[in-house]
Design a binder for this molecule. Structure first.
Ligand code: FES
Length: 133
């Protein structure tokens, strides 16, 4: 594992960015990883379809919480469409480490939560899409 990326993950875990919640958010979503019980909750406030404010709370491992923190920085100022278009590769690239299949779920939990929230405005795409996670 690259030390720089490891340090970055630990820093986000110890000092999560945008941690907390938003009163009366436009989007609120909470999901867990059923395998381990880790849970991420996120709130977004939109302004003209753009993420104006984003907060998350959660309980979990360093990778799931660090990826949520990193994701909040990635999506701030982005449009809802850009959030929906975010792919696994982008968050994994931001994490910068190679994850085992089990840890992959840790790294992608926050993306699942954020995208489920984004799609909730117009309907979650469906169970078959969830199978890919
Ligand atoms: Fe549960 Fe990491 S151990 S998401």
């Amino acid at each position: 594992m690259d030390d720089t990326y490891r340090e970055n993950i630990l820093d986000h875990y110890r000092h999560p960015r945008n941690y907390g919640s938003i009163e009366n958010p436009d989007i609120a979503q909470e999901e867990d990883n059923p395998l381990c019980g880790d849970r991420i909750q996120m709130n977004i406030r939109l302004n003209d379809g753009v993420v104006k404010e984003v907060r998350f709370k959660g309980e979990g491992c360093a990778i799931s919480l660090a990826s949520a923190s990193i994701l909040t920085e990635m999506i701030h100022g982005k449009s809802l469409e850009e959030l929906k278009a975010l792919g696994k590769d982008e968050i994994l690239k931001a994490l910068g480490i190679t994850l085992s299949p089990t840890r992959l779920k840790c790294g992608l939990l926050s993306l699942k939560v954020f995208q489920a929230g984004a799609y909730d405005l117009e309907g979650w795409p469906g169970e078959e899409d969830e199978e890919e996670w």
